[in-house]
Design a binder for this molecule. Structure first.
Ligand code: FEO
Length: 175
């Protein structure tokens, strides 16, 4: 059984995951207007993953006999200076989500809600992967560059990362 405090925080996280999905979908739309199809496809795929994160929480809350509640979701930004700004924002956002997950785990522990604490371990591990993923993208960005033909190659590299593929070295894939 969830305490009121735990339930409120889980419901807040449902909204955070919804926002994450909308943020990445909006970024995908920006990329499409710039002809960056690889980045757009990657971000659309990642938006779907965020909906999966939302659904996992939604299902858990309902399985606990409580009611998942959907709140208002802020509109994501629509303007980005360049593709560098897009991916810098993805990492900044994921670090924010990690802090939210850590807060949730803290609450579960202090409420002695070990079932929710256990449930949240998946998110703790996932956030490690999410930060690693976006750090890898920023590394690729720095190595390949996003000026001139570099932008074309960067877009191709990001397309290879859809569904978690392409985490290997840039040098390897250029060979
Ligand atoms: Fe649901 Fe990318 O964290």
């Amino acid at each position: 059984m969830l305490t009121d405090k735990m339930l409120d925080k889980l419901n807040d996280q449902i909204n955070v995951e919804f926002y994450s999905s909308n943020l990445y979908l909006q970024m995908a739309s920006w990329c499409e207007t710039k002809g960056l199809e690889g980045c757009a496809d990657f971000l659309k795929s990642h938006a779907d993953e965020e909906m999966g994160h939302m659904h996992r929480l939604f299902t858990y809350v309902n399985e606990c006999g409580a009611m998942a509640k959907l709140g208002a979701i802020d509109a994501p930004p629509t303007d980005f200076a360049n593709i560098d700004a897009v991916f810098e924002e993805t990492l900044r956002h994921e670090k924010y989500v990690t802090r939210k997950i850590n807060e949730l785990a803290d609450t579960a522990f202090s409420e002695k809600d070990y079932s929710t604490f256990n449930f949240l371990q998946w998110y703790v591990a996932e956030q490690h992967e999410e930060e690693k993923l976006f750090n890898t993208i920023l590394d690729k960005m720095r190595i390949i560059g996003t000026e001139g033909r570099g932008l074309y190659h960067f877009d191709q590299e990001i397309a290879k990362m859809i569904d978690g593929h392409g985490g290997g070295s840039v040098m390897e894939s250029e060979a």
